[in-house]
Structures are given as structure tokens and as C-alpha cells.
Design a binder for this molecule. Structure first.
Ligand SMILES: Cc1cc2nc3c(=O)[nH]c(=O)nc-3n(C[C@H](O)[C@H](O)[C@H](O)COP(=O)(O)OP(=O)(O)OC[C@H]3O[C@@H](n4cnc5c(N)ncnc54)[C@H](O)[C@@H]3O)c2cc1C
Ligand SMILES: [Zn+2]
Length: 620
């Protein structure tokens, strides 16, 4: 009987875990390679599941694709591993067993890590191998990213008329990682032509039943569920799942009552779990009606704590705007810092920006300092957030904290590498890239957490992104800006630029960029400072003239500072002609310098505006 027909009539039992079962035997390597080196062990696992009562068994090919096998240097073994896997599963199958070819999802929360083009290529290769060996169906499982699943499902549906089982995975019960509800996601994959639609992995039966409560019975497809045996525990350096198979009996019944017609097990499950499922529901007539519990949607609440002042990207789109970086101190005293922040506020800056442990060296937490200057001086601060020091949990918690403090302006950056800072051997987290971080901050603005669940309120962040024009290939850097806009960047802030020619070049290369750019100006304070930047900082080149000017006054610190300010002013003279946004970087907490430059820009832009208004032209 065709698998589709079987599923119309009765409840069908799937198999259980392959990977975690092998792992529990002490095997900790590429599980799919074992098809070649230890075929008997794989055959025995399949046989154990068939003996336990599984109607459908899956090939040991979950990660047998080019991308995942390449991690073990096995990328040229895709065909061999998949072909052998199907033969082994078929060898274990009885006349009544269906063999489905498994293809696992690749993307996790870092969407950016693998492009859809790479996924399509690698998927096609694996799919053809499995189809060529005449499997009875295809099982697409453990897809956290709905975009990835719909993409590969479209390919599979075009290539074969065999039954396709398509299963998503959830970090949170009932929602996918970008906030799409399970019911919506399953409806989408049903529309794309999957015959069986369902969920597997990550959650145990309790949460899977809870998630299915809000899913109606599909019109054409049927529902499936492959829960993990439990949440994993970490013991003696290994992940251990609870293995109480009795609990699975009741769980199988509860999944059946939610309309699941194909029930198996994912990570942590064993042949004993499958026996329990088979004893409870195998062959039972499927339910025909169910009451769906309505998921309450509470994510639409507008943000509280909202700072009603316009965001920097709105300001710079309208008029000349100045922001000044004043980095938190490296030592514990904040007196000078607070004086500086107050002076800058009085000078009329639109924001004070606070770096996040720039150059990978610790400073007082920028959020603590930003919160103080907001409260004390009514500054609307801009907090830099780097992906280097916090994992996904830390980043989300940090952003929720910023929201709670009423801080709404952030700069999302990857972060300087630890190699250049105080702790060259420190771990860099990099769970997310700057692109992903921008994307997930914008997701918080929709009231959806990184893992997809409702936060009960929208945040109101505007997101700046970094622009480094000090590179050999400016067009590539501009390409990154375009990509950052796609991920949700509202505007850009640049590294410092040190020549009038470069200012013009950057303007010309970015004319088509539809969001404001705050162009960086960092005053030099000494000849040594100038030589360091020129000789040691990647990408920064000072003109011979600027270096000579700084060298000429190197005997006198005050003269050097004055010369640095004069050079910065001449850069500003050019910059204001091209950019509405000016980003001044305060060197070594010397806020008097950026305070003076702020006054200079204000006077200059005011005079320019008046002149342009008198001439009948406008600032863009
Ligand atoms: C305004 C501003 C503020 C900053 N504040 C901080 C801070 O507070 N804390 C901190 O640690 N660092 C800070 N930095 C430094 C920043 O993290 C690094 O310069 C970073 O490498 C570039 O910005 P990003 O983090 O957005 O990197 P991304 O654009 O995400 O780049 C990530 C990776 O790609 C590489 N890359 C970037 N551009 C190119 C290109 N054109 N071609 C090829 N490869 C490229 C980078 O080297 C990096 O490894 C800041 C930079 C800027 C411009
Ligand atoms: Zn699993």
C-alpha cells in the first residue's frame, strides 16, 4: 500500500533517534560516515526499530550533505554515504516497512551563515542520491528556518511525486524562530505540497502536545510529531536524555488526540520508546475532528518607556546633525566622563555614543554609563553593541535591559577581535554577525524574541550599522552597506576619514545609499598619535602634509592639540558639504576638543543654511 493511502486509514508509527542512540553507545563522530565504516551497527539500529514496531524507518542521512560532510572532510562522499544508507535501511525493512530518505535542515538562528543558493545546491545533490536508490518517500526534518524549508520543499515537490514529510523545529512551543506560529507555518508547507506536515526535535512530548493544541487538522495533508524523549541534561561532559519509555505511551496518546497520524521519536528516543508508541496507538483509526485552542496574540502592545525624541536617522534626513563618541572610562572614576557628557550636551550634540569595549579592552559597561547620562543630563545616548562579548542569551537580555532603561538608539557591530585587546586569548562569542544582530533587533521591534516568542510589547530601537571606508576596495564596503540595509539598518556611522579627497570619494561611492551616513572625524592630538594611526591602524592613511604639520609642533602638546583641531576643522569644512551627519570621536576623554569642534560645526552649518536659504537652494 502506498504510504499516502496508509496514512489516510490509520495511525502510523515512525522510528526513533539514530544520532543520539549511537552517541549513547559512546560514538562521537560523523554518524553518517558509519554507513560506510560500520554498516552492521547501522543495520542493527534499523532492525531494532523495525522490531519495535516502526512502520516507517528513516535512512541514516540526516547530515549527509555537502555542507555538513565538509566539516569532516567527507564532502566527496555524499553519493556513497547516501546510497549505502538507503541500501542498509532497505535491508532492515520488512515487506510492510516504508523507507524514507532523511534530509536535515542546515540553518540555525544564524540565517546569514549559509546562503539559500548554497542550500539549494547541496539539497539537490543529496535528494538525487536518495531518489536514485528508490526510497518510498522523503523526510525533511529539523528545519528551524521556515524560509529554508519552503525553498527545499519546492525543489523536492518538483522532482518527485513520492510522499514528502516536512517537519519544522521550534525553540519555543507554538512558534518558529521568527515569530511565525506553528499553525501558520504548517499551513504554508501544506500549500507547498507536503503530504505530511509536522514537528520534530528540540522539545519533549509535553511542549509538543502543547504546541499542537493550536494547530487545526490540515485539509489535505496529515500531521506528524517526532518529539525528543526529554530535555537534555549535561552530565560528566555528555548530554544525557531521560529514557522513561512508559511516559511515551501516554505522550503518544496525547499526540494522537491532537491529530498526529504519524508518530515517532527524535533525539534521546530508543527502540523502547517506539515499542511504547506502537503498543499505544499503532494502526488506530485517526481522529476526524478536534477543538483548536486559540493562541492569544499579545505582541501588539506599543512600547512603554518610549523616548519620544526623533531618532538620529530621522534627524540627519532633515538637517545637519552632530553625534560625539565619548567612551566609558577604563578606570572606575567617572567624574571627568560626566563633566564631558554635560559639556557636550550643552554644546548641542544630538547624541553621545558609547563604545562597547572598543579595541577589545574592558571599560565601564556602556549601558550603565548611558543610563546615568540620560537621567542626569537628558542626553539621548547611542549604545554600541558588539557580538563579541555576549552569546544569544546575553544579547537578548542586554537589549531588553536597554529597552527597560528607555535607551532606544543602538549601533550593531561584530566587534573588534580580542587579539588586539587586553586579553588576546579571550573567547570571542560571535553567535551572531552584525547582519544577524541588526535583523534580530528589528524582530524585537515587532515584539518577538530571538527564539520567536512574544515579548508582550514592541521595542522601539533604531539601529545604526558600522561603515568602514578605510579599505582597499571601497565598493565592497559599500556592498556591505547595501546588505546591512536589507537586514534592517536605519543609518550608518563611519570610521574616521583623514583627507578631503577621501571624503569626496566616499560621498560619490555612497550617493545611492538611501539612508543617512554619519561621517567620522577623529581629531589628532600629537605627532605620535598621527604616526600610530598612519603606520599601525589598518586602512588609515594620513597625507604627508598632515603628518608634517603634526611633526612640526611635536615639541609642544598644546600646539599639537591646536594643530589637530585645525586639521579636523578643515576636514569638517569639506564633510559638511557632503554629509548631514558628522560623527566626532573624542580622543582619550579630551572632550574639550570635540566640544570645540561641535561649536565649530554648529556655527558653520548655521551660516551655510542661512546662505543657502538666501540663495534659494536647500540642504538635502
Ligand atoms: C562607528 C563604529 C563604531 C565601532 N564601535 C565599536 C565598539 O564599540 N566596539 C568594538 O569592539 N568595535 C567597534 N567598532 C569596530 C568594528 O567592530 C570593526 O571595525 C568591524 O570589523 C567592522 O564593523 P562591523 O563590526 O559592523 O563589521 P562587519 O561589517 O560585520 O564585518 C564583519 C567581518 O567582515 C570583515 N569585513 C568588513 N568589511 C569588509 C570588506 N569591505 N571586505 C572584506 N571583509 C570585510 C571584517 O573584518 C569582519 O571580520 C566600531 C566601528 C565603527 C565603524
Ligand atoms: Zn532531534
Amino acid at each position: 500500500m502506498d504510504l499516502r493511502d496508509a496514512l489516510q486509514e490509520k495511525t502510523v508509527v515512525g522510528d526513533g533517534a539514530m544520532g543520539t542512540l549511537l552517541y549513547s553507545y559512546g560514538i562521537d563522530q560523523c554518524f553518517e560516515e558509519l554507513n560506510l565504516s560500520h554498516p552492521n551497527e547501522i543495520l542493527h539500529v534499523h532492525q531494532a526499530y523495525v522490531d519495535a514496531g516502526a512502520d516507517i524507518i528513516q535512512t541514516n542521512t540526516y547530515g549527509a550533505n555537502y555542507i555538513k560532510l565538509a566539516r569532516y572532510g567527507l564532502e566527496d562522499k555524499v553519493k556513497e554515504i547516501n546510497t549505502t544508507a538507503v541500501r542498509l535501511a532497505k535491508q532492515a525493512a520488512t515487506d510492510n516497512t516504508y523507507v524514507v530518505g532523511t534530509i536535515g535542515g542546515i540553518r540555525s538562528i544564524r540565517k546569514q551563515a549559509v546562503s539559500l543558493e548554497e542550500i539549494k545546491r547541496t539539497f539537490r545533490e543529496q535528494l538525487y542520491c536518495l531518489l536514485f536508490e528508490e526510497v518510498d518517500g522523503i523526510l525533511l526534518e529539523t528545519f528551524y528556518d521556515l524560509e529554508e524549508l519552503t525553498t527545499v520543499l519546492q525543489i523536492a515537490r518538483k522532482e518527485t511525486e513520492l510522499p514528502i514529510i516536512a517537519q519544522v523545529s521550534m525553540h519555543e512551543p507554538g512558534v518558529l524562530q521568527e515569530g511565525t506560529s506553528l499553525a501558520e507555518a504548517l499551513a504554508i508547507i501544506e500549500k507547498e505540497g507536503a503530504d505530511v506536515i509536522g514537528v520534530n526535535c528540540r522539545l519533549g512530548p509535553y511542549h509538543m502536545v502543547q504546541a499542537l493544541e493550536s494547530v487545526p487538522l490540515p485539509e489535505k495533508a496529515v500531521l506528524s510529531a517526532y518529539p525528543n524523549s526529554s530535555l537534555p541534561a549535561y552530565q560528566d561532559g555528555r548530554f544525557i536524555y531521560k529514557t522513561d519509555a512508559e511516559y511515551f505511551k501516554a505522550s503518544a496518546r496525547a499526540l494522537y488526540e491532537q491529530g498526529a497520524r504519524l508518530i515517532g521519536g527524535c533525539c534521546g528516543t530508543t527502540p523502547e520508546h517506539i515499542t511504547a508508541i506502537a503498543n499505544e496507538i499503532k494502526g488506530e483509526k485517526p481522529i476526524e475532528q478536534k477543538t483548536v485552542s486559540i493562541q492569544k496574540n499579545d505582541s501588539a502592545a506599543p512600547p512603554e518607556n518610549k523616548d519620544t525624541r526623533p531618532h538620529l536617522y530621522e534627524i540627519a534626513a532633515q538637517r545637519p546633525s552632530i553625534i560625539v563618541e565619548l567612551d566609558p572610562p577604563k578606570r572606575l572614576s567617572t567624574d571627568r566622563y560626566l563633566k564631558g557628557a554635560q559639556a557636550l550636551q550643552q554644546a548641542g550634540v544630538d547624541s553621545v555614543t558609547l563604545a562597547d569595549n572598543s579595541l577589545a579592552s574592558p571599560r565601564i559597561c556602556n549601558t550603565a554609563v548611558a543610563s546615568i547620562i540620560k537621567q542626569k543630563f537628558d542626553i539621548n545616548p547611542l549604545v554600541h553593541i558588539s557580538c563579541r562579548d555576549r552569546n544569544l542569551i546575553g544579547l537578548q537580555s542586554h537589549l531588553m535591559g536597554l529597552h527597560t532603561l528607555g535607551i532606544t538608539q543602538v549601533l550593531a557591530i561584530t566587534g573588534d577581535p580580542t587579539k588586539i585587546g587586553d586579553f588576546p586569548g579571550a573567547t570571542s562569542v560571535y553567535d551572531l554577525s552584525s547582519f544577524d544582530l541588526i535583523h534580530y533587533i528589528k524582530q524585537l521591534n515587532k515584539g518577538i524574541s530571538f527564539s520567536g516568542k512574544s515579548l508582550g510589547m514592541n521595542t522601539n530601537f533604531s539601529v545604526a550599522a558600522a561603515f568602514n571606508p578605510n579599505v582597499r576596495n571601497l565598493n565592497r564596503a559599500v556592498g556591505r552597506l547595501e546588505k546591512k540595509i536589507k537586514y534592517g539598518a536605519d543609518y550608518f556611522i563611519s570610521q574616521p576619514v583623514y583627507s578631503n579627497e577621501q571624503l569626496k570619494e566616499v560621498y560619490e561611492a555612497t550617493q545611492h545609499i538611501p539612508v543617512p551616513i554619519y561621517i567620522g572625524i577623529m581629531p589628532l592630538i600629537s605627532s605620535r598619535n598621527a604616526e600610530f594611526l598612519h603606520n599601525e591602524v589598518p586602512g588609515i592613511t594620513l597625507s604627508p602634509e598632515i603628518r608634517q604639520r603634526m611633526e612640526a609642533c611635536s615639541h609642544d602638546p598644546m600646539l599639537s592639540q591646536a594643530e589637530g583641531i585645525a586639521i579636523a576643522k578643515s576636514l569638517i569644512d569639506t564633510a559638511v558639504d557632503y554629509f548631514n551627519g558628522i560623527y566626532l570621536i573624542t580622543p582619550f576623554l579630551r572632550y574639550e576638543i570635540t566640544e570645540e569642534l561641535t561649536h565649530y560645526i554648529k556655527q558653520k552649518t548655521q551660516a551655510d543654511t542661512e546662505r543657502k536659504v538666501a540663495n534659494g537652494s536647500h540642504i538635502i
